[in-house]
Design a binder for this molecule. Structure first.
Ligand code: ZN
Length: 134
């Protein structure tokens, strides 16, 4: 079952510049950056209430985030929902006709297990399932 929204991810081309912008917004609590090699991104995390806003900057030109920025100029990239048991959730969504881009979980930021669903099955929004790691 989906428990709650874990984070909302936004693609940016200049992470340091955006970090300075968000740091100035009252209620946004900066909680660091992380390089996620598997996804070819650097991520900056801001806590807002009990969810996170994640800013994604591509590490290289072949990062999926580079392609997204080229096509759309950045902006809302995906919404992530926290689940207890990601393998179980992948099966359960597939049974309901949702097409999963990841049939098996992979490693995301904070060593979480993540899997993406086809945006076509979520009103055009790329949707991530996340089982907490650390
Ligand atoms: Zn995410």
């Amino acid at each position: 079952m989906i428990k709650k929204i874990d984070h909302i991810a936004i693609a940016v081309s200049d992470l340091n510049k955006e970090i300075e912008v968000y740091k100035n917004i009252p209620g946004f609590e900066f909680s660091g950056t992380e390089v996620v090699e598997e996804q070819k991104v650097t991520v900056a995390f801001f806590k807002v209430g009990d969810i996170f806003i994640e800013l994604l900057e591509p590490l290289s030109d072949d990062s999926p985030i580079s392609k997204f920025i080229e096509k759309r100029g950045g902006g809302l990239h995906h919404i992530a929902y926290e689940v207890d048991d990601i393998k179980n959730e992948i099966t359960s969504l597939e049974e309901k006709g949702i097409r999963m881009l990841d049939k098996e979980p992979r490693v995301g930021a904070h060593k979480a297990q993540i899997a993406f669903a086809n945006p076509k099955d979520f009103s055009g929004v790329l949707t991530e399932l996340k089982e907490k790691g650390e």
